[in-house]
Write a protein that binds this ligand. Structure first.
Ligand code: ARG
Length: 244
């Protein structure tokens, strides 16, 4: 009898500890280099992936990163299909009504890319106010495009928006500046030009369900630690070649 009880107790304990060694299922949308994109082997890599993994390591959570459409990330967190989302997601009032954001981990902002041949024609963001614009669906870039001209084509990926610009389906792509810059540099895109004007300043946060206070706290404490111990700066240097 005693033995049987001990076995039950043991089984219970190990079941509990398995439940404790929690894996955080984190959604992203991997067409957003250098924050999240895929390598030749289809591994999801980038600044955000390193950040969430480093946070997980600090607070003892295994992290599994899964690729999803951008406009499915917040719904995924709301329906608990995802424990969190990291995808260069701008902290906005609108979104913060639905989900919790971690402390900010990156400063960005929206700007525009046009075809190089049009650089004179579109010297400022305001000069785009009568133009057809492109953006990724559900993004703050799409919101800004709507404010500038209201004539906006939205695409599932940023890459498709750039293709549409190339094919003259629109006059500019509105998107996050660090991603635009990286795109121009790494793709050696000679046909595109960045309008040197930032529409606004934005900050990225990690999205968690409002119900999941425990995970939010863990993420924030891990983020604080990797900021203090220099890991965040190292990750920044790896992807942007600068410390900040
Ligand atoms: N920062 C912008 C937003 O929050 C764009 C993010 C797009 N991210 C991505 N992985 N495609 O709306």
């Amino acid at each position: 009898m005693k033995k049987a009880l001990a076995v039950v107790a043991l089984t219970l304990c190990s079941a509990l500890s398995i439940a404790n060694a929690q894996t955080l299922k984190v959604g992203t949308e991997a067409t957003f280099a250098p924050f999240e994109f895929t390598d030749e082997k289809s591994n999801i890599i980038g600044f955000d992936v390193d950040v969430i993994k480093a946070i997980g390591q600090e607070v003892g959570l295994d992290v599994e990163v899964v690729n999803q459409p951008f406009d499915a990330l917040i719904p995924g967190v709301l329906t608990s299909q995802l424990d969190a989302a990291i995808a260069g997601i701008t902290i906005t009032e609108e979104r913060a009504k639905q989900v919790s954001f971690s402390d900010p981990y990156y400063k960005a902002g929206i700007d525009a890319i046009v075809r190089k041949a049009d650089a004179q024609k579109y010297p400022t963001l305001d000069s785009l106010k009568k133009s057809r614009l492109c953006a990724q669906i559900g993004t703050t870039g799409a919101d800004v495009a709507n404010k500038i001209s209201g004539n906006v084509g939205t695409y599932n990926t940023v890459v498709e928006a750039f293709m549409e610009l190339k094919n003259k389906g629109c006059e500019a792509v509105l998107n996050d500046r660090p991603v635009n810059l990286y795109f121009l540099q790494t793709k050696n895109e000679k046909d595109f030009y960045e309008i040197p004007e930032l529409y606004n300043g934005e900050e990225y946060g990690i999205v968690v369900s409002k119900q999941n206070k425990d995970v939010l706290e863990k993420i924030n404490s891990g983020l604080k630690k990797i900021r203090e111990n220099g890991t965040l700066a190292k990750i920044h240097e790896k992807w942007f070649n600068t410390k900040e």
